[in-house]
Design a protein around this ligand. Structure first.
Ligand code: GUN
Length: 281
């Protein structure tokens, strides 16, 4: 039987550590505040944003909420970001994605002051990660590293295969695994002989957004399987990119969906908010 990697428990442990750190900062007169911007009312975004604000409340940091209508122009959004960039009392700025199609996400991400980029999406943050300099790291991949470390799973020297090459998960995930001295392969929709490639993995990270795509014939016996997917199946049931029931008997450890990677993203966002104090110039 595989070990179940409990993201809910690990994220709670991290949030409790952050609660302590927030209290220590407060005692020194430092109040941390996250500004959260949502444009439109995408139902999934509403849930994520609500949970992010609840997370701030739990660890004892402030949150400012900007819920803007769908028709907000790019210029209006950029003006708000400029205002928040200049505010001394705002440490982190998060613009929930996706944005409505009339707004260019890259332009918006680039407008955020890198010292407040708690999502780690700004090109400067990504570049810093690439060359091993201090900066914010994208929350989901950072959370996966924490999950592995706190579950006592060694990364150094391991064959890691990251399935998916998005800017938010796949690319930063591979850079973080490399930083931990793994041998890293990025596989994607154009990879030839995909099963042969994923079967090399000691640690397989699935971030493809395809419900239950990864069955046991993609997985080496005894591998660690990390499922980043949050999908709805044909019965509207929440499921990952991994076919859990099929894969669980052949792997050594696996993350469930829900309760695996998901809760770690918010924990690492809160971590970045606390870290913003020391990254401030
Ligand atoms: N949309 C889905 N995931 C994320 C995230 O981690 N940050 C932001 N800003 N938007 C998202």
């Amino acid at each position: 039987m595989a070990v179940l990697i409990d993201g809910k428990a690990v994220s709670m442990q991290i949030k409790d550590e952050l609660k302590q750190k927030a209290a220590e900062l407060k005692a020194k007169g430092i109040n941390v505040t996250l500004a959260v911007i949502q444009v439109g009312d995408n139902p999934a975004s509403c849930v994520y944003v609500r949970n992010k604000k609840k997370g701030c409340e739990y660890i004892g940091i402030g949150s400012l909420s900007y819920e803007l209508p769908e028709e907000t122009t790019q210029m209006e959004l950029l003006d708000l970001i400029q205002e928040l960039n200049g505010r001394q009392d705002v440490n982190g700025i998060l613009v929930q994605l996706p944005l409505p199609s009339h707004i260019d996400e890259d332009t918006v991400i680039k407008a955020i002051d890198p010292s407040k980029d708690v999502d780690g999406f700004h090109p400067q943050s990504v570049g810093a990660l690439c060359i091993g300099q201090p900066g914010f790291v994208s929350c989901t991949p950072a959370g996966i590293i924490q999950l592995l470390k706190r579950s006592h799973i060694d990364i150094a020297g391991k064959e890691c295969v990251v399935l998916g090459r998005s800017n938010i998960v796949g690319k930063p995930m591979s850079l973080l695994l490399l930083r931990e001295n793994a041998t890293v392969t990025i596989a994607h929709s154009r990879t030839k002989n995909l099963k042969e490639v994923t079967k090399r993995a000691d640690i397989l990270v699935a971030a493809v957004g395809k419900p239950r795509m990864i069955t046991r014939d993609y997985v080496k016996k005894g591998a660690v399987v990390i499922d980043v997917g949050i999908n709805r199946d044909e019965n509207n049931k929440l499921c990952g990119d991994v076919d859990f029931d099929d894969v669980e008997p052949v792997c050594s450890a696996i993350t469930p969906v829900p309760g695996g990677v998901g809760p770690m993203t918010i924990a690492m966002l809160l971590h970045n908010c606390i870290e913003s104090v020391s990254l401030k110039d």
